[in-house]
Write a protein that binds this ligand. Sequence first.
Ligand code: HEM
Length: 178
Amino acid sequence: MSVIKQTEILSPQFVAGHETTVNLIGSGVLALLENPDQMEKLRRNPSLTKSAVEELLRYSAPVFMATERYAREDVIIQGATIPRGGMTFAVIGSANRDESVFSRPDTLDITREPNKHLAFGYGIHFCLGAPLARLEAQIAIRALLDRLPDLRLKGSTESLSWRQSLVLRGLDALPVRF
Ligand code: HEM
């Protein structure tokens, strides 16, 4: 029997590779359940699975906030000055709903194109596990839709509880019926 120690659960590698993808699948399935037209479209068109997962990444932002960055020089962004050495956090969840980039940003559209979301970050620290995470979510969500034709939420959306984290955005649990 394999036992996972608490220290392993808390290790950054474990969070990077496991919890993020769990959150994508959980929040992603919730987003589909809340948007039955999109769920139905995806059920009927398996070829949309890839673009649906991109949209779920944008819409649900499993890593809600990037790790900290420090300004190398004074910089002014939208009128706010960040002094040299100042610490900043980029809120990916907000960038993914930027109305100057995405039309109808609060609408889930599994056919959205282009979809230049920042769910995996940007630049030199772009997520190392992005291809694996994408594949896992595509397989899991496809399998769920194919095998559970009557998948639905157990209880109301308001009764769901979300993890207390500024960085990761995900549900404690997603109770469903099928
Ligand atoms: C849906 C799933 C995932 C999401 C949304 C996600 C998101 C991110 C984001 C936003 C960053 C950049 C953080 C920053 O710039 O501060 C990042 C970095 C990273 N991710 Fe992921 N990730 C996911 C899955 C994975 C998986 C499955 C692995 C490994 C198997 C992984 C490994 C890493 C590593 C090692 C880094 C650091 C890269 C670096 O600093 O150069 N991630 N991830």
